[in-house]
Structure formats: C-alpha cells, structure tokens
Design a protein. Structure first.
Length: 270
C-alpha cells in the first residue's frame, strides 16, 4: 500500500510539474533520473517552490516532491524510489532536539515533523548511496544529520570585522554578497568556469542560521567574508554537497552559472 501511494504521488507530481514548468526547459530525456525534492510543510500542506522544479528539469532530471512524514519505513521507500535527492530550504532546525543547545531568543519558527523527515531523509539517502544536494536549510540539515551544530542566529552570534548581511532584500535571482570557494574542492571544480580570479562569486542569501561546528567527515568548501561557511561537502563522497545560498533562484530565471550544481546531482544519479 505504501508503494502504491508513493507511485500515485509521483505521477501527480510529474503531471503538475509539466503544467507549471513548461516551455523554457529542455524536453525530459527517456530514462532521466528521478530527483526527489524534500517538501516544506506549512499548515498541513506539502509543497516545493517551482524554482526547484524548473532547475531540476533544466539539469535533465525528473523532479518529484517528497511529502513530509515521520514514518521511517516510508522514508526508506521514498529513497529507494528516487535516484537523487535535493534537500530544500525552509524553517529553522530545533537546536535542543538535534544538537543539544537551548534555543536562543532570535530563533525562528521550527516544524518538528519536518525536522525528523529531513534528518532521516538525509541519513537514509547517504546510507543508500544516492547523490544529495542540500540547499540553505538543506545544507544545515546535512551538517546536523551527521553530527554538526549551527549558529542559531548569525547577527547575534557571529562577530566579524567584515560583517555581511545574510538575509537580503533583493530579487531571488540576484547575488547580494560574495563567497570565496576553496580550491581543490568539488564545489570549486563545478564552478571554476564562473569564478573570479580570486575564486570569489556573488550569491543570493536568505538565512539567519549557518554551519557552526562542522560534522565529522565533512569539509567546508566556501566562506562568506565574515567567516560564515557557505558550502560543505562530504570527504570521500563527491556526490554529497551542501550550499547555503539558493542556486535554484537564478537558474530558474535563465542564469545558468549555477546550473552545474543541479547537473552534478542529475549526472551522478544516472
């Protein structure tokens, strides 16, 4: 019954994706990999911004929305049914439950069932060997899922001689601050054709939390000017990567500089 329900959800997603993400993306190739997108969960509704769907289609994948659940068996079945995973952005993660810190006054909204879903989805996907891209909250989820912690609120916790505004008031496709990408990393290899000579790149920014203590087995592959980590990747597994910015924003609007991030997941999933 679980498998039947998930197949129904898959076909509904494919159908609606075809309606809302049409003409500007290339035709999906036969046997294109299925890329799961972790859903947000607001007022009991599962959804994913269309920007993610468009970005996956442009990269040659078939996007499928994965509805939130706290049933580990269903999560396992979902992972078995997809070829790659993108952990999407959203709310704050509960610090007390997932990394043992009391919540600070500046903590934002949390959704406990989504925390459980995303954490277990990330762990299960890595255990099953499928490629994972974490975006914004998704990057933070990867870090916490494997033993790391977060800055609960950058403005009140990070002190720097070069402060950066991480929650921009600008269009979603607009890059408002720079990151510096570390040479020799997977991220550097993916973006080498668009990086400046000093390995910098402009990104958009919509967050107030970030990686603090790095999870064992990961490295930081990009920083903002204030020292806040902007990307992480798993050592020994080039197909598990997280970025703090939102590449789907510019990609969905026709700026393909960050499209290699999505192609990396899709190609690894083939």
């Amino acid at each position: 019954m679980i498998r039947t329900l998930f197949i129904q959800i898959l076909f509904i997603t494919l159908f609606t994706g075809g309606i809302y993400a049409q003409s500007k993306e290339p035709a999906v190739q036969e046997k294109a990999p299925i890329i799961g997108l972790s859903a947000t969960y607001e007022t009991g509704q599962n959804s994913v911004p269309n920007t993610y769907i468009i970005a996956v289609r442009k990269a040659g994948g078939i996007p499928v929305v994965l509805p939130v659940t706290d049933d580990p068996e269903i999560i396992l079945r979902m992972v078995e049914a997809i070829d790659g995973l993108i952990l999407t952005g959203g709310e704050d993660l509960d610090p007390l439950r997932w990394y043992g810190e009391e919540p600070l006054p500046a903590m934002g909204a949390i959704v406990p069932i989504r925390d459980f879903f995303d954490i277990h989805l990330a762990r299960t996907a890595v255990e099953q060997g499928i490629p994972v891209l974490g975006i914004c909250r998704g990057e933070q989820t990867l870090n916490v899922a494997f033993g790391g912690t977060l800055y609960q609120d950058i403005p009140s916790q990070v002190r720097s001689d070069t402060p950066v505004k991480h929650n921009q008031r600008a269009p979603r496709e607009y890059g408002s601050h720079t990151i510096t990408v570390t040479e020799g990393t997977v991220l550097h290899n993916l973006l080498k054709d668009v990086l400046e000579k000093d390995n910098t790149f402009r990104v958009n920014s919509y967050h107030h939390q970030a990686v603090k203590d790095l999870a064992p087995g990961f490295i930081i592959s990009a920083y903002a000017k204030d020292g806040v980590p902007e990307a992480i990747e798993m050592m020994g597994n080039p197909h598990v990567l997280g970025v703090q910015f939102h590449p789907e924003g510019p990609v969905s609007q026709g700026d393909h500089a960050l499209l290699p991030l999505f192609r990396h997941v899709v190609e690894a999933a083939r």
